[in-house]
Design a protein around this ligand. Structure first.
Ligand code: PMP
Length: 404
């Protein structure tokens, strides 16, 4: 039995009052709250272990290095990568994709080439590719989407040409909650020998991920969205690909030898990790992954799916409710508008009731344009949310609706 009340005790912030009301935190798609296990690991490391990693012979440096490298193994195991050489630590999904877009672009993309992204990407999986395309004289192509918010994969095959260098697709939409058939995207792209990047920012917190089973070539996610600290994320890449790509940034750690004439680069994964990493955050990320693994990703998924079903049913009962996205497979994200109440007004008034939701374009302006809207209100659930919180949201929306 998944005991959500027990789980909530691990998250001190959930006991906060906002404007004298209990906090109802429904903005997990933007970032998740942190359990004691994660925060305490950070405090403990700063108080008792802190030293720069990799470069020291002294005890603390060794210990900090061991924690940092053990974290890499935890991440490897969590997403089932083949080797820790395939796990690059970054600052988050955004930096992971910028790293890849730069590095892949340098090695693989020429004028006239094409990069394919989907209609429902976050700006983080559009703009880095666009910047690279501009630099290289390449073109961006877009996988279209149905009105229900599902990718039209039957169009993907036609979109791919001998000029397509890479396909970039999110596993879960941060707006529509659509769970994309990324295995199918990979299968279609691989038939033509084209690699695939999967943006896992919104999937890793909610479902078990197996990069070998998915067979994607690259996979990115952020620590802070999976109950870990800010400032750390991961880029997974198949070793054969990472071996072919040049470094993203130069500096310490990514080198083997440096002279003024020539520098040789370090082996994987260090070739892509210039400078002092946020080793406290990597250790705390491992604690977060241990935490969710301890609860069980399947148990978390079942809890959140139940909550999402419950919320969809309740929300649909509200007069004037318009929910965006009706994919057959969907995750714990629901975007909506109510009548002609502006999303900002709805968000601001819900906030006064202690309910934290996100409003706006959710860093997906092309998707907003496709939907013909400027923004939505978005509720997104985490492993600690309850049906009582869904009820509070529904009551809150009803109150706001009556005010208008
Ligand atoms: N991709 C998706 C699908 C996201 O939801 C987000 C965060 N909203 C990002 C990328 C960017 O993540 P970060 O800001 O942690 O780099």
């Amino acid at each position: 039995m998944y005991d959500v009340n027990r789980v909530r005790e691990d998250f001190p912030i959930l006991a906060r009052q906002i404007y004298g009301r209990p906090l109802v935190y429904l903005d997990n798609g933007a970032t998740t709250q942190k359990p004691r296990q994660v925060v305490e690991a950070m405090v403990d490391e700063y108080y008792n272990v802190n030293a720069n990693v990799h470069r020291g012979v002294h005890f603390l440096s060794q210990q900090a290095t061991d924690l940092h490298e053990a974290s890499r193994e935890t991440v490897r195991h969590f997403i089932n990568a083949r080797s820790t050489a395939e796990i690059l630590f970054t600052r988050g999904t955004t930096e992971s994709i910028n790293l890849l877009a730069f590095s892949f672009g340098e090695a693989m993309v020429k004028a006239g080439d094409e990069v394919v992204v989907s209609a429902m990407e976050h700006h983080s999986n559009i703009v880095p590719w666009q910047m690279m395309c501009e630099r290289k004289g390449a073109q961006l192509r877009v996988i279209p989407m149905t009105d229900d918010g599902e990718l039209q994969l039957e169009a993907l095959d036609d979109l791919l040409t001998e000029r397509t260098r890479i396909v970039c697709c999110t596993q879960v939409s941060n707006v529509l909650g659509t769970v994309n058939l990324v295995k199918e995207v990979v299968r279609i792209a691989h038939e033509r020998g084209i690699p695939v990047l999967v943006d896992g920012a919104q999937s890793v917190p909610h479902m078990s991920v197996d990069v070998q089973d998915m067979d994607c070539d690259f996979f990115a996610f952020s620590g802070h969205k999976v109950y870990g600290p800010t400032g750390v994320g991961v880029l997974y890449g198949k070793e054969a690909w990472l071996d072919k790509l040049p470094p993203y940034q130069g500096g310490g750690e990514m080198i083997k030898n440096v002279s003024f004439e020539k520098t040789t680069y370090n082996e994987l994964p260090y070739k892509f990790e210039a400078g002092t990493p946020d080793y406290v955050a990597t250790h705390a990320l491992a604690k977060a992954l241990d935490y969710v693994s301890g609860l069980g990703m399947q148990a978390i998924e079942a809890h959140e799916q139940e909550l999402t079903r419950y919320a969809l049913e309740k929300l649909q009962g509200i007069e004037g409710m318009r929910i965006f996205g009706a994919a057959k497979q969907r995750d714990a994200v629901i975007s909506f508008q109510v009548g002609n109440i502006h999303h900002l007004d709805m968000g601001t008034l819900l906030d006064r009731l202690g309910i934290a939701v996100r409003t706006g374009h959710h860093c997906a302006e092309p998707l907003m344009r496709r939907l013909g809207i400027e923004g939505t209100v978005r509720t997104s659930f985490g492993l600690y949310n309850t049906k009582a919180e869904v009820d509070a949201l529904v009551d809150g929306i009803e109150r706001v609706r009556r005010m208008f």
